[in-house]
Ligand binder design. Structure first.
Ligand SMILES: [Zn+2]
Ligand SMILES: [Zn+2]
Length: 343
């Protein structure tokens, strides 16, 4: 029941048996850190989390005073949604789950846009996320909030783990096993390896635009503060909230073997990813907000890409497919049992 076939159906998967190992295929690593995070990487990660977070806290008093312009806010919103959709449409729905096929230029653009969210190299992101689906909320899930048990203190600890703590885990998801289809693609492998350059580009672009438009260093600084630091911090916390909040609370109208929930108040900020219960019930669906009124900007954009001819073979869920996945009462105790069985 825990096969990865319900995560992505078409992509070639490496064998779970010993047949395919790193030495057989001899592909260069798609990330610079390798399978184990080195301490220098741990420190860099800590900085990337703490600095934008401090910026977010400092942002509030600054906004009331003098340090924000309409240009800064415009840059923040633009780069927020550019990198957010890079993650949701690109890293998640396309690269992880194969919910549509993309022409080559779109494939590359999505890889770059997602890398600009500063959430780690593409191939590592995909490998971690496929593992999350394979073991969702059972042993082996890289970031389940239920890791430490079901009591309130255990859940508090678990929420922290699912939100940020798991990022510092020494154990890395083997990329050869979970993302062989991406490692085979030379351009994708290169984009994944050069993660640090996409990070620098993502942080530098708002500052450059702000400086050039205002022709001042101060304009460059405030654009950097809002368009780079605050934007990255906010997107990090929204993305991590899908792992923590959306696996702890929310409505569960669909059948899934985990604790994933639909959280309406995160829909706009998460570009439609917080309809997370439907996503775990039907992981390859290109649309997560399937009910009337459920905002899903990622699905809207995929539809536009399809109309432009850039995306094709999109897995739009039919009404009967959605209905076949609905929970029919008394789901709570049954789901718990299923989770136990899956473990
Ligand atoms: Zn999930
Ligand atoms: Zn997913």
């Amino acid at each position: 029941m825990t096969t990865s076939s319900d995560v992505i159906e078409d992509a070639p998967q490496a064998d779970d048996s010993k047949g395919t190992t790193a030495t057989d295929t001899a592909q260069p690593s798609a990330t610079l850190g390798g399978e184990q995070k080195r301490s220098i990487e741990q420190i860099a990660l800590l900085l990337f989390i703490i600095v934008p977070f401090l910026a977010l806290i400092a942002a509030v008093p600054l906004a009331w005073g003098w340090g924000v312009s309409w240009l800064d806010l415009g840059l923040m919103v633009f780069f927020y949604y550019l990198s957010c959709h890079g993650i949701t449409i690109g890293f998640h729905r396309y690269f992880t789950h194969g919910s549509f096929k993309a022409k080559r230029p779109l494939r590359i653009a999505l890889a770059v846009a997602g890398s600009m969210a500063v959430e780690g190299p593409l191939v590592r992101w995909v490998a971690d996320h496929r593992k999350h689906h394979k073991f969702s909320d059972a042993e082996g899930d890289p970031h389940s909030p239920w890791r430490f048990g079901e009591t309130l203190p255990a859940l508090m600890k678990g929420l922290w783990w699912a939100h940020i703590g798991w990022l510092f885990d020494e154990e890395q998801t083997p990329q050869e096993k979970y993302a062989p289809d991406l490692i085979k693609d030379g351009a994708i492998r290169a984009i994944s390896r050069q993660f640090i350059y996409w990070t620098m580009l993502s942080l530098a672009l708002p500052a450059m635009i702000g400086g050039l438009v205002t022709m001042s260093w101060w304009g460059a600084f405030t654009a950097f503060f809002w368009g780079s630091l605050v934007r990255v911090a906010l997107l990090h916390h929204v993305t991590w909230s899908i792992n923590s909040i959306c696996h702890a609370v929310g409505k569960r109208p669909f059948k899934s073997r985990d604790r994933s929930g639909n959280v309406w108040w995160l829909a706009v900020l998460s570009c439609g990813e917080s309809w997370h219960n439907l996503h775990h019930a039907d992981p390859t669906s290109a649309r997560h907000g399937v009910e009337r009124g459920q905002l899903d900007s990622s699905a809207r954009l995929i539809r536009w890409f399809e109309q432009l001819g850039w995306a094709y073979d999109v897995r739009w869920p039919s009404r009967s497919r959605i209905d076949s996945r609905r929970n029919t009462g008394q789901d709570g105790s049954r789901r718990k049992k299923e989770t136990a069985e899956a473990a």
